[in-house]
Structure formats: structure tokens, C-alpha cells
Design a protein around this ligand. Structure first.
Ligand SMILES: [Zn+2]
Length: 155
């Protein structure tokens, strides 16, 4: 059984590919299989267990996100590739800033520790963003920033 799962295209992966190929930006694709302890979908892919939305990103864009797949929607178990972006896409952030929804507060007034605290309670990036008056993209960037110990804010 384990040997079967190690093959690149299990029936679950095949089903996921079909779902992703048929996805449109208009609605969320909600994961109906196993979730990890943080509420993210997970699946065995390329030899290991990965977050479903990360796998979806890879299937759709042909590569893994450099910093992590972030959601633009409110569902952390959504794996619609149209609702995902790489956590450090500066262009994406500048685009959001241009539309005036990047920051409703000055960046200097945002404490990353507050974002981590809220994240640990299970709040989604979108919920934290509404609560703190900042964009989901910015919340996601801070969350991904844990890997770098330091948050780089795009000018
Ligand atoms: Zn979605």
C-alpha cells in the first residue's frame, strides 16, 4: 500500500488534477479529504505529505511557491490555484497597495507578534486582516516571514 502511494499519480492526485484543471476564479475549491492539525488540506505528493494548496499551486503553475502559497480567500482548506499566490510576490503587494487595500494602517504600527498570536488561535489570514485593518496578503507575508526571522516590507 505504501509503495502504491509513493507513485506520482495516485487516484487522489489524478482526481485533484481534474478538479484543478476545471477550476475557475469564481469559487473556492474546498478540500474534502484529510486535513492537518492547522486545518489545511494535505495529500501525499511527490513522495511526501504536503499541504494540498501547495500541491495545487505546483500543479497549476508548474513550480512550487518560493515563499509559500498564500490564500486570497477566506478558506484555508481551499485549493483553487486562482486563490493562491506566492507569499513574497512584491508585484502582487504593490498591486494591492495601488488599490488602497494593502495597508489601512502604517506598517510601523503593526506588530508581527500580534499576527502570530492570532494565527495560533486558528484565525484565517483573511480574518486576521479584517481584525487588524490590514490586507490578507500582508498577514500572509508576515506569517511566511517566520522563516526569515525578519519581515521585509515592499516599498
Ligand atoms: Zn478560495
Amino acid at each position: 500500500m505504501l509503495a502504491d502511494q509513493a507513485k506520482p499519480d495516485t487516484p487522489r492526485i489524478s482526481r485533484m488534477r481534474v478538479q484543478i484543471a476545471a477550476s475557475t476564479p469564481s469559487e473556492c475549491l474546498l478540500w474534502d479529504m484529510s486535513l492537518n492539525t492547522h486545518g489545511y488540506g494535505q495529500i501525499y505528493y511527490m513522495g511526501k505529505v504536503m499541504k494540498a494548496h501547495r500541491v495545487a499551486y505546483h500543479m497549476h503553475y508548474g513550480h512550487f511557491p518560493v515563499h509559500g502559497a498564500c490564500h486570497t480567500c477566506d478558506n484555508r482548506n481551499c485549493f483553487n490555484p486562482h486563490h493562491l499566490f506566492d507569499g513574497d510576490q512584491r508585484a502582487n503587494m504593490r498591486d494591492a497597495a495601488g488599490k488602497g487595500r494593502f495597508l489601512a494602517r502604517a506598517a510601523s504600527s503593526i506588530d508581527p507578534a500580534e499576527v502570530f498570536k492570532l494565527t495560533s488561535t486558528g484565525m484565517t489570514a483573511a480574518a486576521i486582516a479584517r481584525f487588524m485593518g490590514i490586507s490578507p496578503s500582508y498577514v500572509c507575508l508576515i506569517q511566511q516571514g517566520r522563516r526569515r526571522n525578519r519581515v521585509v516590507v515592499a516599498a
